[in-house]
Design a protein around this ligand. Structure first.
Ligand SMILES: [Zn+2]
Length: 106
């Protein structure tokens, strides 16, 4: 036992690098994979030793056939993914009251 138990979602195998002696350890979920109309999306949930939560995303996206179309698609894809992540990751956090229905104790 390392004193930092695995969260329920952690793969608890070689993917998790939390040990009693590894200061860079991370809990990591098993990869979640979705086959999509454009290719596939793979997500891994991560929590570092400071308690910060992360999501790693890897998208496999089929692009156009011509070099020009492919470059335009790749550029637009990167920009739109960045905008989508910003909308979710940087939005104001909901208040405790909005989540629990209870005001912060005084
Ligand atoms: Zn773990």
């Amino acid at each position: 036992m390392n004193g930092w138990p695995h969260p329920e979602w952690c793969a608890q195998d070689h993917q998790c690098t939390v040990t009693g002696t590894n200061p860079a350890g991370q809990h990591r979920s098993p990869p979640m994979r979705w086959n999509t109309a454009y290719g596939s999306l793979v997500a891994v949930r991560v929590q570092d030793l400071n308690g910060r939560h992360w999501m790693e995303l890897r998208a496999h996206v089929r692009l156009g056939e011509s070099d020009l179309a492919t470059q335009e698609q790749a550029s637009q894809l990167a920009v739109q993914v960045d905008l989508a992540v910003r909308r979710i990751a940087l939005r104001p956090k909901p208040s405790r009251q909005a989540i629990t229905g209870k005001a912060k104790p005084r």
